[in-house]
Design a protein around this ligand. Structure first.
Ligand code: NAD
Ligand code: TYD
Length: 351
């Protein structure tokens, strides 16, 4: 079959990547969608079972840091576009093992840029889209929002590695004329979210009647966005975003961690038929994360004004949908929390 375009999506077996792959495979039958993923602890092909037999989809297992392999892949497929999501993504793991973040997030990104540069003799019609995080902007006080012109001030090894990769992507545009676009998004939630992150971890622990670990006083604030809204924003930016531009993506939806955990407890009590207040008793305040960023909040008005994107779901509705998904997919949850996860959990929370 002849395809109009070959699109490479990296990290497509992860949380956000799987939603992006699914969206592109379903919406763009004229694109061949190649999902390149190393299948680390965070990657899982179960996340894409429903589309794996699609004619326009191909999965390739591989490491974005392996320059020889990446070069051959680009030569073979002659990609027209790259949507780069592969990354080490968990702040807590970046605190215990920063080097893995330097390797994948920085070296892996530059390896992809080099391969694109080498095959794109003619840059017109090509696009390298780097998917990044609002954490590159650092931490906010009580007031203000991150805009596209906020100075970079990353504070964790994770955000420092993402900031470095953002800088490389922009440097390749400035130096080599690479046709790039970037987005920096706030915290996502939804189905297929690995339960090391706050929302799925809380759902899993409530289900299992285990303590809910809340760092510090639970007063840190995050701005939550439903993952399918992020995937839709990525689609819009990939197709309509202006070359060289950066777009902030966010939910206009700030929540203090403890208020969010309370809401999840109440939703879970009602879904599980437990007496109101039962799950809140599981909350356990534990030692704060080192260098814990206080508040993130995104001003996504550029994306709204220029490309017409807006979040589609109210948070309560999205959270309820998410809880329903986890309760309906307990075997997925059991599968990803067996094996290595147990060691991670013990080391991180019980040592
Ligand atoms: P994730 O950890 O769920 O998935 C990452 C995926 O990348 C996994 O499938 C993993 O196997 C793959 N991967 C890791 N190292 C690789 C390597 N060396 N080569 C090839 N594949 C590799 O992450 P996520 O939450 O889906 O985040 C995806 C992207 O979005 C990341 O770049 C992240 O920085 C960014 N982001 C995430 C959030 C969020 O809330 N999760 C918010 C904003 C931006
Ligand atoms: P997380 O989901 O790890 O995302 P990020 O650190 O990238 O924002 O954490 C979200 C918030 O929840 C953050 O303020 C840290 C806090 N948190 C806890 O209180 N307990 C936990 O067990 C985890 C994983 C996070």
């Amino acid at each position: 079959m002849n395809f109009e375009k070959n699109i490479l999506i990296t990290g497509g077996a992860g949380f956000i990547g799987s939603h992006v792959v699914r969206r592109f495979v379903k919406h763009y039958a004229n694109y061949r969608v190649v999902n390149l993923d190393k299948l680390t602890y965070a990657g899982n092909l179960e996340n894409l079972r429903d589309i794996e037999d699609s004619e326009n989809y191909r999965f390739i297992k591989g490491d974005i840091c392996d320059a020889g392999f990446i070069q051959k892949l680009f030569e073979e497929y002659q990609f027209d576009g790259v949507i780069h999501l592969a990354a080490e993504s968990h702040v807590d793991r970046s605190i215990s093992n920063p080097m893995a973040f330097v390797e994948t997030n920085v070296i892996g990104t530059v390896t992809l840029l080099n391969a694109a540069k080498s095959i794109w003799k003619e840059m017109s019609g090509k696009r390298f889209y780097h998917v990044s995080t609002d954490e590159v902007y650092g931490s906010l006080g009580d007031e203000g929002l991150f805009t596209e012109s906020t100075s970079y001030d990353p504070k964790s090894p994770y955000s420092a590695s993402k900031a470095a990769s953002d800088h490389f992507v922009r440097a390749y545009q400035n130096t080599y004329g690479m046709p790039i676009v970037l987005s920096n998004c706030s915290n996502n939630y939804g189905s297929y979210h690995f339960p090391e992150k706050l929302i799925p971890l809380t759902i899993n622990n409530i289900k299992n009647n285990e303590a809910i670990p809340v760092y510090g006083k639970g007063e840190n604030i995050r701005d939550w966005l439903f993952v399918e809204d992020h995937a839709r924003a990525i689609d819009v930016i990939f197709h309509e975003g202006k070359e060289g531009e950066t777009y902030n993506i966010g939910g206009f939806n700030e929540w203090k961690n403890i208020d969010l955990v309370h809401l999840l407890c109440d939703i879970m009590d009602s879904k599980l038929g437990r007496e109101a207040g039962t799950s809140r008793k599981l909350i356990s305040y534990i030692k704060d994360r080192a260098g814990h960023d206080m508040r993130y909040a995104i001003d996504a008005s550029k994306l709204k004004d220029e490309l017409g994107w807006e979040p589609s779901l109210q948070f309560e509705e999205g959270l309820e949908k998410t809880v329903d998904w986890y309760l309906a997919n307990q075997s997925w949850l059991e599968d990803v929390t067996s094996g290595d996860y147990q060691n991670y959990y013990k080391e991180h929370y019980q040592s």
